[in-house]
Design a protein around this ligand. Structure first.
Ligand SMILES: Cc1ncc(C[n+]2csc(CCOP(=O)(O)OP(=O)(O)O)c2C)c(N)n1
Ligand SMILES: [Mg+2]
Length: 361
């Protein structure tokens, strides 16, 4: 009989951190090799995303955007991991993971059209390796195992990476996907952004496990818990996971410890009903932008001027992208039907005829 207790297994899943809340390097040995330009680019992306998030929330309130899931607080977790990818890696996102796919190449106006439920928002440019942002919780996990296995079979030097939340990790699909990827040694990376809540349900009510990372053990794959407010730790863990996957050493589960400052979505939940202000305060002190800004300022790599440039650029881009989204042709029923199938089944053919006639009136 094994003498290892659950507590001993759980002890192995300590949170990996490089920068503390003061922006000080606490793990020099783990510092990734990034040029000054790379470091500045990571900061630019986080600032840009924070501004975009603020604008998206107000555009939603004005009725100019549709579905929107706020991202403030999760920038390091989202963008640190995406920065570790190659352009040809595949991303399988959830509904909140729009920043990663925009920085992977999705034009911003298409992200806005997707938010509005316009079909043109999901007609991704050729060569952009992303799948639809998944709304069904956890559904993208098994798909990721499949995409990764496909990449391996085709001899590609790329990985499939997916994002889900703590709630996603409570779904059956999560275990199936990891297990399958492990069994077939598929080059997959599974990121669980543990923002502590699945809408209003705290992570403690979802699982008896002390960490989500330890769930990798049963699938026979690597698992690591990372400080998700530390962009360097997230980058470094993802880069290593990617390299391991490509070296044939199997998939990795990465749990990023993070927090969403805003509501679950803009559809009307009120976080004050399920989160205490003490908990909010505890997490805003860990803010990923504040921490990384301090780190860069000490290195002489960031100034208020640089920050303002990014803020202005973000505002301009958003204005332009909204204009482009507004000029997209009004969506017709025939577009929706035509977009789904190359060869229409007979029942849809009838509907296509009916709506073609109606729309030509
Ligand atoms: C299969 C399924 N069940 C329930 C829902 C409703 N739902 C939408 S978001 C959500 C919470 C997901 O939480 P989490 O995975 O932690 O992601 P987060 O929103 O915190 O990023 C739920 C239960 C759904 N979309 N799909
Ligand atoms: Mg969550």
């Amino acid at each position: 009989m094994s003498t290892k207790t659950l507590a001993q297994v759980e002890e192995q899943f300590e949170t990996f951190q490089i920068l503390n809340e003061e922006g000080e390097v606490v793990n020099e040995a783990a510092m990734p090799e990034l040029s000054d330009e790379n470091l500045q680019e990571i900061m630019r992306r986080m600032v840009y995303t924070r501004i975009w998030d603020q604008r998206a929330i107000s555009l939603n309130r004005q009725g100019r955007l549709g579905f929107y899931a706020p991202v403030a607080g999760q920038e390091a977790s989202m963008l640190g991991s995406q920065f570790a990818l190659d352009k040809d890696d595949w991303i399988l996102p959830g509904y909140r993971d729009i920043p990663q796919i925009v920085f992977h190449g999705l034009p911003l106006h298409q992200a806005f059209l997707w938010s509005r439920g316009h079909f043109a928002g999901s007609q991704f440019p050729d060569g952009l390796n992303i799948l639809f942002p998944q709304i069904i919780i956890g559904a993208q996990i098994i798909q990721t195992a499949g995409v990764a296995l496909g990449l391996k079979r085709k001899g590609k030097n790329n990985i499939a990476i997916t994002y889900t939340g703590d709630g996603g990790a409570s779904q059956g699909d999560f275990y199936e996907g990891m297990n399958f990827a492990g069994a077939y040694n598929a080059p997959a990376v599974f990121i669980v952004q543990n923002n502590r809540f699945a809408i209003s349900v705290p992570v403690e009510k979802q699982s008896a496990a002390k960490t989500i990372a330890q769930k990798a053990v049963a699938a026979g794959i690597e698992g690591i818990q990372v400080d998700g407010m530390d962009v360097l730790a997230v980058y470094s863990a993802t880069k290593q996971a990617r390299e391991r996957a490509l070296a044939g050493e199997g998939p990795t589960l990465i749990e990023t410890m993070t927090y969403r400052y805003g509501p679950h979505t803009m559809a009307g939940d009120d976080p004050t009903r399920y989160r205490s202000s003490d908990l909010d305060d505890e997490w805003t002190k860990k803010d990923p932008l504040v921490r990384f800004r301090k780190f860069l300022e000490k290195k002489g790599l960031w100034t208020e001027e640089k920050e303002n440039e990014v803020v202005e650029k973000a505002k301009e881009d958003i204005k332009e992208a909204m204009k482009q989204a507004d000029s997209a042709p009004k969506q017709k029923v025939t577009d929706l039907i035509g977009f789904m199938f190359e060869d229409l089944p007979h029942n849809l053919r009838e509907q296509m005829e009916e709506y073609t006639a109606k729309e030509s009136k």
